[in-house]
Structures are given as C-alpha cells and as structure tokens.
Ligand binder design. Structure first.
Ligand SMILES: [Fe+2]
Ligand SMILES: [Fe+2]
Length: 397
C-alpha cells in the first residue's frame, strides 16, 4: 500500500517532540491510510511500534534504505480530539438562542462535550445582538483619548469663585452619573452570552469611556482647588433604579436611549456656556463618546423591536414603572440647576441671571424634544414618545 503522507523525523525521538510531529501528520489522514516516517535513529522501531499500538494505529513494519529507517503506520479509526471542524462561516453565524454549555469558547470553535454550564442569561439574539455593534466598536477603539494628556490642564485659568463652584458642582453631578453609566453595562457583560461578542466588545469600550469621564470630571473639580461638591439623595435614587433593573434591554433603554440621550444636551449646554476652554473641551470630548453610546442603544432597541414588536410595550412599561418609583423626585438636584443657571448667566450679576434662567428652561425643552425624536426613531408613536419623555426622571439620567 502506497503511503498517503511522508514525514522526515531526522533524529528526533519520543520525548523530544516526535509524537507531536507524527500526531499532526496522522490528523491529516483518513483511517486506513499510511504514513511513512523516515528517521536516522534505529531506536525508532521499538518506540514507534509501541506508540502506534497505544494510540490505536497499526504498525506496518520498517525497512532500511540508504542507512535510514523507514517506518509505516496505518492510521487507526479513533479521532484524537474532534471529528470535524466547524465551517468558517460558524464564526459569523449569530445564534438565535445561544447555548450556555459553550462557555467562553469563541463563536465558531468546536466545543468538547462536558464543559460546565455558565450562568449567562441573555441568550436570545433578539435581546443581545446589535447589527451596528462591530462598526461602533471599531469607531470607539480609534476614538479613545487620554484625560490626563489630551486636556490642556496647564491652560486652565482662574475663573472666580462663583463660576468655579458651579463648575465643580456640575462635575460632581456628571461624575456620579458616569458611575451609573459604567456600572450598568459592567453588570450586564457577565450575563450576555459570549457568542454575542460584538455587543460585549462594544460595552467594554463604553465602560472604558465612562471610566475616562469619571477621571476627567473629577480632575476638573480638583484642578482649580474647588473640589467635589454636593451629591443629592434624589440623584442617587434615580441612578439606583438603573442598576436595579433585571432586564438587559430595559436597562439599556433607560440608561442609554433616555439617560445618556438627555446627557448629550446637558453636555452640549455645558460646552456652550463653559467659563473656560478646558471645561468646554472636557464636555465636548465626553459628548462625542456619549453620542456613540446613544447610537449603539438606538440600534439595539430598533433591532429588538423589529424582531419582536412586543418589546416596544415592554420598554414603555419599564419607563412607566421607573417613573412611578421616582414619583417623589420632582427636580434635579437644585444645586445642579443653580449651577447651570450661573454658567449660562456667566456669574451672579442680577442683570444676567434672567438670561441664565431662560437658557436652562430652553435646555429642558431641548432635552424633551430630542428624547421624543429618539423614541420615535426606535419606533414609538409621537403620542407615546411625548408621554414617555414627559415622565423621564428630572435627574436627566
Ligand atoms: Fe459617560
Ligand atoms: Fe455613556
């Protein structure tokens, strides 16, 4: 019988890697085919014969040619590890319902039976998959910035006590909201099946973004010596409802479409009225990151609602339930509102404060209008959007 494959083992022996070389060669053969191994080492006859028997291959003898030892092995029927590799498309095939028995194996890998079950409970592609995740992940990776070196901290001027205090109050408020924006996706990552890896990877960039936002807002609060200010119980109550929600789709909707969406307008306002270029730049850079988080979530919700229209009612119910649980929270932390007014007025001059008050009222209107637009974008009627936006937490997030 002619050999199907040949392999030159030089003077390699067992224990030096000969078994690896031969095993890999035999993997490429079908049961019954012959592998010919040539070696300079006469001890190969004894060792290879024993190894073949042990591995359920058939030893077919040895001959000597030109002082080399030529051994023949007929491949046995036993498969070493796997019978068949999955086709390459398995890498891109998104499962409709993922199997928790595949553990942390990457999508497309062949998984041995007997792995432990993992506690992932977001297994449904309708809930976990996002068609824009891969693109937004790429964008997020190339848009990372450094809160320590990309901000011109040395250029930060002194801006007077009232304005500085207002900026520091806003930075405190932003930072606490950023913690919610970090903890909520972080809570969901271990629950989403790894075969929805694009979603996981995007959420990981979101967590990095939020960490940087916490860093940059706290740095700004400290930079001129003002320090961190007041954190209200109402803000914390509002944020805790986001962390408490036990449904990935609902949590993303409340956090990112409604909360982070509203923050886009808040950050734009702070950028426009910032008393110094450093604060404006911080708000600008953070807003660009937030816009990505909002875009991700809108695509996520649209995909979910398109795959199952009932999700729309579920999201609306979650928003109503949250509003009911926050009924006692009637306004944002008053010190935050005051600080926004002072920023827009450029200080405490009595002739300028009315303009500050008007600007903040306009901000609330803009937030409401843009929330409605986003809700309509994901498929809510204008009436439902109006109601849902109206009942959104006055804490913005
Ligand atoms: Fe953020
Ligand atoms: Fe965010």
């Amino acid at each position: 019988m002619a050999p199907r494959a040949v392999c030159d083992a030089a003077s390699l022996s067992f224990g030096e890697g000969l078994e690896v070389l031969i095993s890999r060669k035999l993997d490429t053969l079908s049961p019954g085919e012959i592998l010919e191994v040539s070696s300079d080492d006469p001890s190969i006859e004894h060792d290879l014969r024993a190894w073949s028997r042990f591995m359920a291959h058939e030893w077919r003898g040895m001959r000597v040619e030109n002082s080399r030892f030529i051994c023949s092995i007929q491949r046995g029927a036993a498969q070493r590890i796997i019978a068949k590799r999955l086709p390459l498309e398995a890498v891109t095939n998104i499962p409709a319902i993922a199997n928790p028995q595949t553990g942390f194996s990457p999508r497309g890998a062949t998984v041995e039976d007997g792995s432990p079950g993992f506690p992932f409970d977001v297994l449904d592609a309708n809930l976990a998959w996002n068609p824009e995740a891969a693109t937004l992940y790429e964008r997020a990776v190339s848009a990372q910035w450094n809160a320590a070196t990309d901000i011109l901290w040395n250029a930060l001027p002194a801006i007077g006590l009232e304005l500085e205090q207002s900026v520091c109050q806003l930075m405190t408020f932003l930072a606490e909201n950023e913690f919610a924006a970090l903890y909520v996706p972080a809570k969901w990552i271990p629950r989403i099946h790894p075969h929805f890896v694009e979603t996981i990877m995007f959420l990981s960039t979101q967590i990095c973004d939020e960490a940087r936002h916490i860093e940059v807002f706290v740095k700004r609060a400290l930079a001129n010596g003002g320090g961190l200010q007041f954190s209200s119980a109402s803000t914390e109550r509002s944020l805790k409802t986001l962390l408490d929600r036990e449904d990935f789709l609902e949590a993303s909707f409340l956090l990112s479409v409604l909360g982070e969406g509203t923050f886009l307008d808040l950050l734009r306002f702070i950028e426009a009225h910032a008393p110094d270029a450093v604060t404006a730049e911080i708000a600008r850079r953070s807003r660009i990151d937030e816009a990505r988080h909002v875009q991700f979530s809108i695509a996520h919700m649209k995909h979910a609602i398109e795959s199952d229209p009932n999700f729309k009612q579920k999201l609306a119910a979650a928003a109503r339930e949250r509003a009911a649980s926050l009924a006692e929270v009637r306004s944002v932390n008053p010190l935050v509102e005051e600080s926004l007014i002072v920023l827009a007025a450029g200080g405490l001059q009595p002739d300028r404060l009315p303009a500050g008050v008007r600007a903040v009222r306009e901000l609330y209107d803009t937030m409401h209008e843009n929330r409605i637009k986003r809700l309509q974008q994901i498929g809510f009627s204008s009436e439902d959007s109006e109601h849902l936006s109206q009942s959104h937490t006055p804490n913005f997030m």
